[in-house]
Design a protein around this ligand. Structure first.
Ligand SMILES: Nc1nc2c(ncn2[C@@H]2O[C@H](COP(=O)(O)OP(=O)(O)O)[C@@H](O)[C@H]2O)c(=O)[nH]1
Ligand SMILES: [Mg+2]
Length: 219
């Protein structure tokens, strides 16, 4: 490809990201107007994003009206799992796209009465790379990794940690059988982003889920 051709491709990508940021700012404004606390959850396939949302939903659905937006390439398996815990869900199937973007969220906002909700969670498509380029307009971004992804998973994916507010290291119930140094993983996250809050959890035993919930609603 010629140099000119290449620069055109880059310009298009920059446009896409800029449009996404404008739309994200609008989503944020609308959430704020409706007094909604919003979170987006990113992480690899199988890290436990949905399982954590199930535990969080169980914990808060008696006191808060929750909407969960699930992004997946196909199926509404995750939305069905979460809906069992007394929260409303919307499944977005992205087809060939490897991350949700602000347009997806704006469409949900357009079609749902936000007066009916206090909290919105967005589970992104399972991927540790693509979501870096697309903010969605939420108050906080949560990045989830699990100890089964290996001890270097945080170091290998610095960008998501740099731009997240909370890092969850999940599946700590498996510490006896998986060889990782949890303290080192925590240190890796803080080294990349000194402002990130790190919480270690098990979505299955629910260890530290109350601490995670407390952190979500801390300010
Ligand atoms: N042992 C254990 N398994 C977990 C935990 N969290 C999730 N899982 C399991 O990991 C698999 C993937 O979880 P899921 O929530 O679908 O991950 P997602 O792709 O990030 O949404 C499922 O079989 C879950 O039951 C955990 O904390 N401990
Ligand atoms: Mg999931």
């Amino acid at each position: 490809m010629s140099e000119d051709g290449l620069s055109k491709v880059i310009e298009l990508n920059e446009d896409l990201i800029e449009n996404n940021e404008n739309l994200a700012a609008r989503n944020k404004e609308i959430f704020k107007k409706h007094n909604i606390k919003s979170f987006d959850i990113v992480g690899a396939i199988g890290a436990g994003k949905t399982a954590l949302l199930e535990s969080i939903s169980k914990n808060i659905s008696r006191n808060k009206r929750v909407l969960v937006i699930n992004g997946d390439v196909a199926t509404r398996i995750d939305a069905d799992r979460i809906e069992k815990h007394g929260v409303k869900t919307v499944q977005i199937n992205t087809g060939r796209e490897c991350a949700l973007n602000s347009y997806h969220i704006s469409q949900v906002i357009k079609n749902y009465d936000l007066n009916n909700f206090d909290v919105v969670f967005i589970e992104n498509v399972g991927n540790l790379i693509c979501p870096s380029d697309f903010i969605l307009g939420t108050n906080k971004r949560i990045v989830v990794v699990s100890i089964t992804e290996g001890p270097w998973v945080i170091r290998k994916h610095p960008i998501l940690f740099k731009f997240s507010d909370i890092a969850v290291i999940n599946k700590i119930d498996l510490l006896d059988v998986i060889e990782v140094n949890l303290e080192e993983m925590i240190r890796d996250a803080i080294e990349i982003n000194p402002n990130i809050k790190v919480i270690t959890t098990s979505a299955i035993t629910e260890e530290n889920i109350p601490e995670l919930v407390k952190e979500l609603f801390s300010n």
